[in-house]
Write a protein that binds this ligand. Structure first.
Ligand code: S3P
Length: 441
């Protein structure tokens, strides 16, 4: 096990020193997508038969999901060739003997709740301090409408689910959330009748694609998706595409240099996850998609970034784009001072209820590096044309903050210390080693 992953699990903290770089060069193959790994792990644990998953995420979060699936009776084997074999419970989980520990993972807690809501036993989902602060009413309300009995403490975990027969619902999600949509589709799979989920923004559709891969039929129209209950899932063999949200850190690192040349192989290019590429092009980054293929309806491609010869321009990110880029906003904001016109982010209030309050923490750390930034309830204004200096960064236990500021540090004057660097292992234990490989000093 890597040192970073070990410390993320044991709770110890570590500091990483990031020196400025002269350029970004090289090629990388990224570990499997976190969102897809969670969904494949859950559905493989629920389906009938043995699924074989290659390039499964190395992040601690999807491994929390695998551990929960084992507690629910699935068999999980780590093969010598790196594949993970999951033998599922054919639709009937075992009653867990203890609380299901979701660690830092909101995806595990919210999506697994959907599978558990129809199971004929009570189960409790718990998480770490950060996860225990995150809102869970967003799943309690619709699951209750389907007939489940779900209790929370003040709107938060522990989440106790008294499962039982469910009925389909017609539900408009009040907040754009792929986790909530997936939770309801997982519950709807086991409900009587049809469950319809309508959303105002077409959020990432890995839940829909994964359900189809495991054999379910779904009906999709524009921003609505419906599933008929009572369908059975069968095991699959699948390769998880590389994680676009992890790729984002290196894409943004390469974007900081006029003559960068970075190739990323096997990156998941699902259109609901690829808006970052449009924003980078808008900022003036030269970017090519070299190859495209499809695996279980997920697009996979090779990306080449050839730097930003004219310098980064500036961007405005709001509306649906903010929801689709939600995990990439911290790194975009962290490099915004190096743009000419700055980056304005709005309609991103959800950032305040992620693993940390990402709006507050991005603003605090940008200021520590000497930048001016204005904070809004639902976003940030980061003016451009601001050189930054090395500083002490507090990652606040949040993996994406640790990685975002390691990228910003590449163009700063002087060294930067990232405190709480071990949190990167939540989604990307290899991050700092990979960054060292591509940063020319
Ligand atoms: C995820 C959806 C997003 C994202 C999270 C993973 C998913 O959360 O921030 O990292 O896998 O569905 P919300 O759906 O709550 O916005």
């Amino acid at each position: 096990m890597s040192q970073a992953k070990q410390s993320a699990i044991s709770g110890s903290t570590s500091t990483r020193l990031i020196s400025p770089a002269r350029n970004v060069l090289g090629s990388l193959r990224l570990p499997g997508d976190k969102s897809i790994s969670h969904r494949y792990a859950m559905l493989a644990g629920f389906a009938e038969g043995a699924s074989h998953l290659s390039n499964f995420s190395s992040g601690a979060d999807p491994h929390s999901t695998l551990a929960c699936m084992e507690q629910l009776g699935a068999r999980v084997e780590h093969k010598d060739d790196g594949r993970i074999a999951v033998t599922g419970c054919a639709g009937g989980f075992q009653e867990p003997k203890a609380a299901l520990d979701c660690g830092n993972s909101g995806s595990t807690m919210r999506m697994l709740a959907g599978l558990l809501a129809a199971q004929p036993f009570a189960s409790t989902l718990v998480g770490d301090e950060s996860l225990t602060r995150r809102p869970m009413e967003r799943i309690r309300a619709p699951l209750t409408a389907m007939g489940a009995h779900v209790t929370l403490t003040d709107g938060h975990a522990p989440v106790t689910i008294h499962g039982g027969p469910l009925r389909g619902v017609d539900y408009q999600t009040p907040i754009a959330s792929a986790q909530v949509k997936t939770c309801l589709l997982f519950a709807g799979l086991q409900a009587s009748g049809i469950t319809q989920v309508h959303e105002s923004v077409h959020t990432r559709d890995h839940g829909e694609l994964a359900l189809r891969a495991f054999g379910a039929h779904l009906a999709r129209s524009k921003n609505s998706v419906g599933i008929q209950g009572g369908q059975h899932l069968h095991a699959i063999d699948a390769t998880v595409p590389g994680d676009m949200s992890s790729a984002a850190f290196f894409l943004c690192a390469a974007a900081l240099f006029p003559n960068a040349n970075l190739v990323l192989d096997g990156v998941g290019m699902n259109p609901t996850r690829a808006s970052l590429l449009d924003v980078l092009r808008m900022l003036g980054v030269q970017l090519n998609v070299l190859q495209l293929s499809e695996q279980h309806s997920e697009l996979v491609g090779t990306l080449q970034v050839l730097g930003t010869p004219g310098g980064l321009v500036g961007a405005e990110i709001s509306g649906a784009l903010s929801a689709q880029l939600i995990d990439e906003l911290p790194v975009l904001a962290a490099i915004a001072p190096y743009t000419q016109k700055g980056i304005r982010i709005r309609d991103a209030g959800e950032l305040r209820v992620k693993e940390s309050d990402r709006i507050a923490l991005v603003a605090e750390n940008l200021r520590a590096m000497g930048a001016n930034v204005e904070e809004f309830e639902d976003g940030l204004d980061v003016p451009g044309g601001q050189p930054m200096h090395g500083a002490e960064i507090d990652a606040g236990g949040d993996h994406r903050i640790a990685m975002a500021f390691a990228v910003a540090a590449l163009r700063a004057n002087g060294d930067t210390q990232i405190h709480g660097a071990e949190s990167a292992a939540i989604s990307f234990p290899e991050f700092f080693d990979f960054l060292d490989r591509i940063a020319e000093r």
